[in-house]
Design a binder for this molecule. Structure first.
Ligand code: CAA
Length: 211
Protein backbone atom coordinates (compact mmCIF):
# COMPACT_ATOMS: atom_id res chain seq x y z
CA UNK A 1 0.00 0.00 0.00
CA UNK A 2 2.99 2.32 -0.14
CA UNK A 3 3.28 2.97 -3.84
CA UNK A 4 0.56 3.98 -6.17
CA UNK A 5 0.51 3.37 -9.87
CA UNK A 6 -0.70 5.70 -12.56
CA UNK A 7 -2.08 4.31 -15.80
CA UNK A 8 -3.44 6.32 -18.68
CA UNK A 9 -6.82 5.04 -19.82
CA UNK A 10 -9.77 6.28 -21.80
CA UNK A 11 -12.28 7.63 -19.34
CA UNK A 12 -15.54 5.91 -18.48
CA UNK A 13 -18.39 7.70 -20.32
CA UNK A 14 -20.12 10.06 -17.91
CA UNK A 15 -23.53 8.48 -18.56
CA UNK A 16 -22.38 5.20 -17.06
CA UNK A 17 -21.70 6.94 -13.80
CA UNK A 18 -24.92 8.90 -13.48
CA UNK A 19 -27.57 8.14 -10.89
CA UNK A 20 -30.21 5.64 -11.95
CA UNK A 21 -33.90 6.02 -11.20
CA UNK A 22 -35.42 4.71 -8.01
CA UNK A 23 -32.55 5.52 -5.66
CA UNK A 24 -33.48 4.46 -2.12
CA UNK A 25 -34.11 7.14 0.49
CA UNK A 26 -32.00 5.63 3.28
CA UNK A 27 -28.29 6.19 3.85
CA UNK A 28 -25.69 3.47 3.89
CA UNK A 29 -25.18 0.42 1.73
CA UNK A 30 -27.25 0.45 -1.43
CA UNK A 31 -29.02 -2.61 -2.80
CA UNK A 32 -27.20 -4.04 -5.86
CA UNK A 33 -27.09 -1.55 -8.71
CA UNK A 34 -28.63 1.30 -6.74
CA UNK A 35 -27.31 4.41 -5.04
CA UNK A 36 -27.52 5.21 -1.37
CA UNK A 37 -28.89 8.69 -0.73
CA UNK A 38 -25.91 10.72 0.38
CA UNK A 39 -25.87 14.45 -0.16
CA UNK A 40 -22.46 14.89 -1.78
CA UNK A 41 -21.58 11.50 -3.22
CA UNK A 42 -23.26 8.75 -5.25
CA UNK A 43 -22.65 5.18 -4.19
CA UNK A 44 -23.24 2.08 -6.26
CA UNK A 45 -22.20 -1.56 -6.32
CA UNK A 46 -20.69 -2.68 -9.62
CA UNK A 47 -18.83 -5.48 -11.33
CA UNK A 48 -19.00 -9.24 -11.24
CA UNK A 49 -20.90 -10.29 -8.13
CA UNK A 50 -21.37 -6.61 -7.20
CA UNK A 51 -17.96 -6.77 -5.50
CA UNK A 52 -16.91 -3.21 -6.27
CA UNK A 53 -18.14 -0.18 -4.37
CA UNK A 54 -18.17 2.75 -6.79
CA UNK A 55 -18.12 6.17 -5.14
CA UNK A 56 -18.72 9.20 -7.34
CA UNK A 57 -17.99 12.65 -5.92
CA UNK A 58 -21.10 14.67 -6.67
CA UNK A 59 -20.77 18.42 -6.19
CA UNK A 60 -20.47 19.31 -9.87
CA UNK A 61 -21.31 23.02 -9.41
CA UNK A 62 -18.22 23.50 -7.25
CA UNK A 63 -16.04 21.11 -9.24
CA UNK A 64 -16.39 18.51 -6.48
CA UNK A 65 -14.69 20.73 -3.91
CA UNK A 66 -14.02 18.53 -0.92
CA UNK A 67 -16.03 20.13 1.88
CA UNK A 68 -15.96 18.39 5.26
CA UNK A 69 -19.50 16.91 4.93
CA UNK A 70 -18.47 15.33 1.60
CA UNK A 71 -15.33 13.86 3.13
CA UNK A 72 -17.32 12.55 6.10
CA UNK A 73 -19.71 10.76 3.75
CA UNK A 74 -16.82 9.41 1.72
CA UNK A 75 -15.03 8.07 4.79
CA UNK A 76 -18.26 6.53 6.08
CA UNK A 77 -18.70 4.58 2.83
CA UNK A 78 -15.03 3.57 2.67
CA UNK A 79 -15.30 2.29 6.22
CA UNK A 80 -18.49 0.35 5.45
CA UNK A 81 -16.90 -1.18 2.35
CA UNK A 82 -13.86 -2.16 4.37
CA UNK A 83 -16.05 -3.96 6.92
CA UNK A 84 -18.22 -5.69 4.30
CA UNK A 85 -16.83 -9.09 3.28
CA UNK A 86 -18.83 -8.92 0.04
CA UNK A 87 -16.76 -5.93 -1.14
CA UNK A 88 -13.40 -6.61 -2.79
CA UNK A 89 -12.38 -3.14 -3.92
CA UNK A 90 -13.44 0.50 -4.04
CA UNK A 91 -13.40 2.84 -7.03
CA UNK A 92 -13.44 6.58 -6.41
CA UNK A 93 -14.27 8.94 -9.24
CA UNK A 94 -15.62 12.37 -10.16
CA UNK A 95 -16.91 13.57 -13.50
CA UNK A 96 -15.34 14.58 -16.83
CA UNK A 97 -14.65 18.16 -15.71
CA UNK A 98 -13.33 17.43 -12.25
CA UNK A 99 -12.22 14.58 -10.08
CA UNK A 100 -12.00 17.28 -7.37
CA UNK A 101 -10.69 20.87 -7.58
CA UNK A 102 -9.40 20.76 -4.02
CA UNK A 103 -10.49 21.29 -0.48
CA UNK A 104 -13.44 23.67 -0.27
CA UNK A 105 -11.85 27.13 -0.34
CA UNK A 106 -15.07 28.76 0.86
CA UNK A 107 -15.00 26.55 3.94
CA UNK A 108 -11.29 27.17 4.55
CA UNK A 109 -10.99 30.89 3.94
CA UNK A 110 -11.82 32.15 7.45
CA UNK A 111 -9.81 29.55 9.33
CA UNK A 112 -6.79 30.71 11.31
CA UNK A 113 -3.71 28.65 12.00
CA UNK A 114 -4.82 27.90 15.58
CA UNK A 115 -8.24 26.57 14.40
CA UNK A 116 -6.60 24.29 11.89
CA UNK A 117 -3.94 23.06 14.27
CA UNK A 118 -6.19 22.49 17.27
CA UNK A 119 -8.94 20.88 15.22
CA UNK A 120 -6.56 18.60 13.25
CA UNK A 121 -8.19 19.93 10.10
CA UNK A 122 -8.12 17.35 7.27
CA UNK A 123 -6.50 14.66 9.44
CA UNK A 124 -9.46 12.31 9.01
CA UNK A 125 -8.95 12.28 5.22
CA UNK A 126 -6.09 9.86 5.84
CA UNK A 127 -8.67 7.09 6.38
CA UNK A 128 -8.71 6.64 2.59
CA UNK A 129 -5.00 5.80 2.57
CA UNK A 130 -5.42 3.48 5.54
CA UNK A 131 -8.20 1.44 3.93
CA UNK A 132 -7.12 -2.21 3.87
CA UNK A 133 -8.91 -2.93 0.58
CA UNK A 134 -7.65 -1.67 -2.77
CA UNK A 135 -8.91 1.82 -3.59
CA UNK A 136 -8.69 2.89 -7.23
CA UNK A 137 -8.96 6.54 -8.29
CA UNK A 138 -10.54 7.02 -11.73
CA UNK A 139 -9.53 10.59 -12.54
CA UNK A 140 -10.66 12.87 -15.31
CA UNK A 141 -10.61 16.66 -15.38
CA UNK A 142 -9.13 18.60 -12.49
CA UNK A 143 -7.44 16.81 -9.62
CA UNK A 144 -6.11 19.85 -7.80
CA UNK A 145 -4.96 20.56 -4.28
CA UNK A 146 -6.84 18.23 -1.96
CA UNK A 147 -8.23 16.50 -5.07
CA UNK A 148 -4.73 15.53 -6.17
CA UNK A 149 -3.94 14.53 -2.59
CA UNK A 150 -7.08 12.38 -2.41
CA UNK A 151 -6.17 10.64 -5.68
CA UNK A 152 -2.69 9.97 -4.32
CA UNK A 153 -4.17 8.41 -1.17
CA UNK A 154 -5.66 5.74 -3.44
CA UNK A 155 -3.62 2.66 -4.36
CA UNK A 156 -3.91 3.01 -8.13
CA UNK A 157 -4.70 6.06 -10.26
CA UNK A 158 -6.28 5.57 -13.68
CA UNK A 159 -6.21 8.89 -15.51
CA UNK A 160 -8.37 9.89 -18.47
CA UNK A 161 -7.14 12.05 -21.34
CA UNK A 162 -8.53 15.23 -19.76
CA UNK A 163 -6.96 14.66 -16.34
CA UNK A 164 -4.99 17.60 -14.90
CA UNK A 165 -3.02 17.14 -11.69
CA UNK A 166 -1.75 20.05 -9.63
CA UNK A 167 -1.03 21.47 -6.19
CA UNK A 168 -2.04 25.13 -6.65
CA UNK A 169 -2.25 25.91 -2.91
CA UNK A 170 0.69 28.29 -3.18
CA UNK A 171 -1.56 30.68 -5.09
CA UNK A 172 -3.75 30.83 -1.96
CA UNK A 173 -0.78 31.36 0.35
CA UNK A 174 -0.96 27.87 1.83
CA UNK A 175 0.64 24.48 1.21
CA UNK A 176 -0.68 21.05 0.19
CA UNK A 177 -1.87 20.29 3.71
CA UNK A 178 -3.27 16.78 3.33
CA UNK A 179 0.02 14.98 2.69
CA UNK A 180 0.57 16.23 -0.86
CA UNK A 181 4.15 17.39 -0.37
CA UNK A 182 5.12 13.89 0.76
CA UNK A 183 2.93 11.72 -1.45
CA UNK A 184 3.74 13.74 -4.56
CA UNK A 185 7.46 13.39 -3.87
CA UNK A 186 7.08 9.62 -3.64
CA UNK A 187 4.87 9.49 -6.75
CA UNK A 188 6.77 11.76 -9.16
CA UNK A 189 10.12 12.44 -7.50
CA UNK A 190 11.41 15.45 -5.61
CA UNK A 191 12.22 17.71 -8.54
CA UNK A 192 8.80 17.55 -10.19
CA UNK A 193 7.05 17.64 -6.80
CA UNK A 194 8.95 20.79 -5.83
CA UNK A 195 8.21 22.35 -9.21
CA UNK A 196 4.49 21.60 -8.88
CA UNK A 197 4.22 22.80 -5.26
CA UNK A 198 6.28 25.95 -5.84
CA UNK A 199 4.66 27.04 -9.10
CA UNK A 200 1.15 25.60 -8.74
CA UNK A 201 1.37 24.54 -12.39
CA UNK A 202 -0.77 21.61 -13.52
CA UNK A 203 0.48 18.57 -15.40
CA UNK A 204 -1.55 16.50 -17.84
CA UNK A 205 -2.15 12.76 -17.69
CA UNK A 206 0.67 11.90 -20.12
CA UNK A 207 3.19 13.89 -18.11
CA UNK A 208 1.92 12.38 -14.86
CA UNK A 209 2.27 8.86 -16.25
CA UNK A 210 5.81 9.56 -17.47
CA UNK A 211 6.73 11.04 -14.10
N1 CAA B 1 -13.35 25.19 -3.42
C1 CAA B 1 -14.59 25.76 -3.50
N2 CAA B 1 -15.17 26.08 -4.68
C2 CAA B 1 -14.49 25.82 -5.80
C3 CAA B 1 -13.21 25.22 -5.79
C4 CAA B 1 -12.65 24.90 -4.52
N3 CAA B 1 -11.44 24.31 -4.40
N4 CAA B 1 -12.78 25.08 -7.07
C5 CAA B 1 -13.76 25.58 -7.85
N5 CAA B 1 -14.80 26.01 -7.10
C6 CAA B 1 -16.05 26.59 -7.55
C7 CAA B 1 -15.87 28.03 -8.03
O1 CAA B 1 -15.89 28.94 -6.95
C8 CAA B 1 -17.08 28.17 -8.93
O2 CAA B 1 -18.21 28.38 -8.12
P1 CAA B 1 -19.24 29.60 -8.46
O3 CAA B 1 -19.81 29.21 -9.79
O4 CAA B 1 -20.21 29.55 -7.33
O5 CAA B 1 -18.41 30.82 -8.52
C9 CAA B 1 -17.23 26.77 -9.55
O6 CAA B 1 -16.52 25.89 -8.69
C10 CAA B 1 -16.64 26.66 -10.95
O7 CAA B 1 -15.28 27.10 -10.87
P2 CAA B 1 -14.66 28.14 -11.93
O8 CAA B 1 -15.72 29.08 -12.40
O9 CAA B 1 -13.45 28.73 -11.32
O10 CAA B 1 -14.30 27.12 -13.12
P3 CAA B 1 -13.16 27.31 -14.22
O11 CAA B 1 -13.39 26.21 -15.22
O12 CAA B 1 -13.12 28.71 -14.72
O13 CAA B 1 -11.78 27.06 -13.45
C11 CAA B 1 -10.31 25.86 -11.95
C12 CAA B 1 -11.49 25.78 -12.97
C13 CAA B 1 -9.01 26.26 -12.68
C14 CAA B 1 -10.15 24.47 -11.35
C15 CAA B 1 -10.64 26.91 -10.85
O14 CAA B 1 -11.95 26.65 -10.35
C16 CAA B 1 -9.69 26.88 -9.67
O15 CAA B 1 -8.56 27.37 -9.78
N6 CAA B 1 -10.14 26.33 -8.52
C17 CAA B 1 -9.37 26.33 -7.30
C18 CAA B 1 -8.29 25.25 -7.32
C19 CAA B 1 -7.50 25.31 -6.03
O16 CAA B 1 -6.93 26.30 -5.64
N7 CAA B 1 -7.46 24.15 -5.31
C20 CAA B 1 -6.76 24.05 -4.06
C21 CAA B 1 -7.70 24.30 -2.92
S1 CAA B 1 -6.87 24.41 -1.35
C22 CAA B 1 -6.59 22.79 -0.89
O17 CAA B 1 -6.96 21.86 -1.57
C23 CAA B 1 -5.86 22.63 0.42
C24 CAA B 1 -5.33 21.27 0.68
O18 CAA B 1 -4.16 21.01 0.53
C25 CAA B 1 -6.19 20.21 1.17
Amino acid sequence: KHHNVLHLVTCVPAGRLSAGPGAPAGRGRAPPGQHAAYEHILVERRGEGERVTLIQLNRPKSLNALCSPLMSELLEVVHQAEQDPAVGAIVLTGNEKAFAAGADIKEMQDKRFADVYRGSFLAFWGGVAQCTKPVVAAVNGYALGGGCELAMMCDVIYAGEKARFGQPEIALGTIPGAGGTQRLTRAVGKSKAMEMCLTGDMIDAQTAERA
